[in-house]
Ligand binder design. Structure first.
Ligand SMILES: [Zn+2]
Length: 82
């Protein structure tokens, strides 16, 4: 019985860790609404089946922002400066 509880807890911790990692990566790529390479604003071009939003910039890079981040307003354009 103990081993099942240990496996469950480990599973939950790993999932939380992965979630945080994806969250941080997405925010890093988002960079307050601008591409890090060419400094041009992201433009939404597609939404995938899970609800993630795809963005493109003028240098051709593209990023996918997960539905969760988008839904909770972590990637709104109001954060833009200048
Ligand atoms: Zn770019």
């Amino acid at each position: 019985m103990m081993i099942i509880i240990v496996i469950l807890i480990t599973g939950i911790v790993v999932m939380l860790y992965l979630f945080c990692w994806v969250y941080k990566q997405d925010l890093k790529d988002w960079n307050n609404g601008y591409c890090k390479e060419c400094n041009s604003p992201w433009k939404a071009f597609d939404v995938d089946s899970s609800g993630a939003v795809g963005f493109k910039c003028s240098c051709g890079r593209c990023i996918w922002i997960s539905y969760w981040l988008w839904k909770h307003g972590k990637c709104r354009f109001k954060d833009r400066r200048g």
